[in-house]
Design a protein around this ligand. Structure first.
Ligand code: GDL
Length: 435
């Protein structure tokens, strides 16, 4: 049994370029996605300046994206995000929101969603506060009612009858809350609620999580999966496969998954591909196999990138990095000699990371490798750092020359700002260096 899969460009930071988006959309069928959600937090017209119409050139690009998605049999969903500043009951504010919808409709957009994530947790002064009341309950009522009104407008003006998709302010967690209780009082019964799991970024989503959260909202859910997003830590890339998602989706109140990618567009394609593979048949999903398949996107660079992918594959962000390498380091640090050869091999692979790119290549493999350039360098320096630490780790204190080489390798690694295995290699190096 399969489930609908999409991508939500919903991160903070530099939005993807038009070319990045087209590159993704044109591969939707091959990647197993059906819907793209336009929601870049740092597109000013999406959130901050939601009242203002799009200027001509971004509007033209939105038109092209909608046409491209529709041409491939997929959907382009324009997400509205007025929650930072809207006075929900003010008729002028509602007219402005409708004008924004109409502009997108005229540009060919046929699907909409409304997002209230990361906005103030209660209503501030204004008519809405008087109308709905204070606290999270007032906010929930306001959001549900706006959705009900908007859904009605979509039906009357454009004949859109599909259930409205919305992201609540209280989008993570499993429990009933005052916001959710209030929201479910006013939100249309058939609305679909976006939800990120037991937390904002999660290692696992269980079947019970889905049932509990759906009960808390009283609605069906769309899993907004904050994988492989890296906006909260721009020193890292997450290149591994999706893991820890439910295997048995039959009968779950879940309408689909939408993955929020990394700021680095092309490198995101590999982990995103694993989301598509999961969605095609969650019961047969194997993360290792999915990653092997996903790496085919890197074409001729796949072999060269593999050591970096391995070093940056763990998920969630708090998980131990590269558990196999971490264990080898641990054994060597506690005096083991057996694992030295295996560890040296792994570190040499990293130290040897090098990808030669054609001068002007914009196809997917080139774009993936180019997007990873800073991490390739970090990986190379991490490998050299590890090798220097390995040489200096033996019975008795390190020699002056070993100390010198290790401190230089550490300084070089730390002179760049990306993180490839830092929590494993830096403490190791520091423990070997004299204090
Ligand atoms: C969030 C934001 C999202 C951001 C992500 C990771 C949702 C619904 N909203 O809370 O925009 O990219 O965390 O930082 O997840």
């Amino acid at each position: 049994m399969s489930i609908s899969a999409g991508v939500v460009e919903g991160f903070y930071g530099e939005p993807w370029s038009h070319q990045d988006r087209v590159r993704l959309l044109t591969r939707f069928p091959e990647l197993g996605f059906d819907t793209y959600y336009y929601a870049p937090k740092d597109d000013p017209y999406h959130r901050e300046r939601w009242r203002e119409p799009y200027p001509a050139s971004p509007l033209r690009r939105i038109h092209e994206l909608a046409r491209c998605a529709q041409g491939l049999g997929g959907g382009f969903v324009m997400c509205l995000a007025p929650g930072l500043s809207m006075d929900y009951v003010d008729p002028d504010e509602r007219s402005l929101l409708l004008a924004k919808v109409h502009q997108a409709w005229q540009a060919g957009v046929r699907q909409f969603a409304i997002l209230f994530d990361d906005v103030p947790a209660e209503l501030s002064d204004g008519a809405s506060l008087v109308h709905y009341g204070p606290g999270a309950g007032g906010l929930g009522l306001a959001h549900g009612e706006l959705c009900a009104w908007l859904g009605e407008q979509f039906r009357l003006r454009y004949g859109i009858t599909t259930p409205l998709r919305m992201c609540p302010t209280d989008y993570a967690g499993l429990a009933r809350t005052p916001y959710r209780e209030a929201l479910s009082g006013t939100l249309p019964d058939d609305a679909v609620v976006m939800w990120t799991g037991a937390d904002v970024v999660v290692g696992t989503v269980t079947e019970q999580d889905v049932r509990d959260a759906s009960a808390a909202f009283g609605r069906r859910l769309l899993l907004w999966d904050n994988f492989p997003v890296n906006d909260f830590d721009r020193t890292r890339v997450f290149l591994g496969p999706l893991q820890g998602r439910p295997a048995a989706i039959a009968g779950l109140p879940l309408d689909g998954i939408i993955a929020n990618p990394m700021v680095e567009a092309a490198p995101s394609l590999m982990p995103l591909a694993t989301v598509g593979i999961w969605a095609r048949d969650p019961s047969r999903y194997d993360p290792g196999q999915a990653l092997t398949k996903a790496m085919e996107l890197a074409g001729p660079f796949a072999d060269q990138l593999r050591p970096l992918v391995r070093a940056c594959a763990s998920w969630p962000p708090s998980a131990i990095r590269d558990p196999e390498l971490a264990a080898l380091v641990q054994q060597v640090r506690s005096g083991g000699t057996d694992p030295r050869a295996a560890l040296e091999r792994r570190l040499r692979e990293l130290a040897g990371l090098r990808v030669r790119l054609p001068k002007s290549g914009l196809d997917v493999p080139d774009a993936i490798a180019a997007g990873l350039r800073p991490w390739l360098r970090a990986g190379r320096l991490a490998g050299r750092l590890g090798l220097a630490a390995l040489r200096a780790t033996h019975a008795g204190p390190a020699t002056a020359r070993e100390v010198d080489l290790l401190s230089r390798a550490l300084a070089r690694y730390q002179s760049q700002d990306k993180d490839v295995l830092s929590p494993i290699l830096i403490p190791w190096a520091e423990s070997v260096l004299p204090h």
